[in-house]
Design a protein around this ligand. Structure first.
Ligand code: UD1
Length: 338
């Protein structure tokens, strides 16, 4: 069965391609290489023994999208990762985010809804919940007005899919709301490749430990949490990738309860920034140079998932720990700087 993975050379996309190939799917990747590298194809091949089909394609060019789908009418499903994800950049350049994340989603759905099999998996984010009133966060928690254009593209993206599913019964879609994906493949063949100074915690930690950054700033030590630092639900990217395969199979096998479903993907366990640092120091045997500084604008205090819907309905749960994730992220950092 042939599956299209957009953004398949990116961080979560590449790990999902590996899991799809491990399960016997034939994968076609499209990626515009704006935030990824062709080397990732080699990493995927090293792990799975198979190089996926790859086409460089910019989804903003509508005619190219049309041509692609003309050539690939026999897709069993589409997993749509291609999008920009830097919160600060989206604040400075909202139209780029709306074009890249929303415009391209519309083009994808226009083509997909002409196919025989219309199975669609969308990368959403726990950012849609903002600071939820109740923890852990269930899928029924209200979506709050977005803090950034990036966050808004996830909310609007979900609405576009939901509205399309309402008028098109043949379209079957699942939105997956990721908590905080971290880590790398255990083989250190693929991982996260942040461009420039990382905005996210774990690449910043590993780059500091390897000597690329001088010191990690811990944003805020006075939050109302047990150790004063923010709490997040850090999920190993390999667990996250496997959830996409499970979700896609659910659609292919017609096991979905309705034609638009939403699942949280997290571990269910919150970890503070200091706990993440401790885990890193434990698995790496290195002391991390960090300092607690002021809060970062827009950070929520605490967010972690209620996972029972994903566990019971989707039939998926995380298997790897925070230590596993930090260990793999560190091995990956050492490999790419080695
Ligand atoms: C961030 C985005 C979120 C997006 C997600 C995608 C913000 C405010 N939120 O989530 O919308 O969906 O990335 O990957 O940008 N931290 C430090 N020092 C650092 C970096 C981070 O202390 O140098 C702390 C943060 O304050 C936070 C935690 O580490 O408490 C995790 O931060 P990060 O990895 O950026 O993820 P989120 O902010 O949860």
């Amino acid at each position: 069965m042939k599956v299209l993975v957009t953004g398949g050379l990116g961080f979560i996309g590449s790990h999902t391609v590996v899991e799809l190939q491990n399960e016997g799917f034939e994968v076609v990747i499209i990626d515009d290489l704006s935030n990824s590298s062709l080397d990732v194809l080699g990493g995927i091949e090293e792990i799975t023994g198979k190089k996926p089909v790859f086409q460089k394609l910019d989804l903003k060019i509508k005619q190219d999208v049309i041509d692609f789908f003309e050539k690939h009418k026999n897709l069993a499903g589409v997993i749509h990762f291609a999008a920009n994800k830097a919160v600060g950049e989206s604040v400075n350049n909202p139209l780029m985010y709306y074009e890249n994340n929303i415009g391209t989603l519309v083009y994808m759905l226009q083509r997909l809804t002409k196919l025989k099999q219309q199975n669609f998996i969308f990368s959403s984010s726990c950012t849609v919940y903002g600071q939820a009133e109740e923890l852990p966060i269930t899928e029924n928690a209200p979506v709050q007005s977005a803090e950034s254009p990036y966050g808004n593209t996830k909310q609007v993206g979900e609405e576009i899919i939901r509205d399309t599913c309402k008028v098109n019964e043949k379209l079957n879609a699942i939105a997956l709301r990721y908590f905080n994906p971290i880590g790398a493949h255990s083989t250190a063949q693929i991982g996260e490749l942040p461009i420039g100074v990382p905005q996210n915690l774990v690449p910043y930690i590993t780059q500091t430990a390897i000597g690329l950054r001088e010191q990690l700033s811990v944003f805020g030590g006075d939050y109302p949490t047990p150790d004063g630092t923010c709490i997040r639900d850090y999920i190993h990217v390999v667990d996250l990738a496997k959830a996409h395969v499970v979700a896609l199979k659910r659609l292919i096998e017609n096991k979905n309860d309705s034609n638009y479903e939403i699942f949280n993907l997290g571990t269910g366990k919150g970890s503070s920034v200091l706990e993440v640092i401790n885990s890193f120091e434990k698995v790496s045997g290195k002391k991390l140079n960090y300092k607690i500084v002021g809060r970062r604008d827009g950070d929520v205090i605490a967010a972690y998932a209620e996972t029972s819907k994903a566990n019971d309905v989707l039939g998926w749960k995380t298997e790897l720990t925070l230590d596993d994730a930090m260990d793999s992220a560190w091995k990956w950092e050492q490999k790419i700087r080695g």
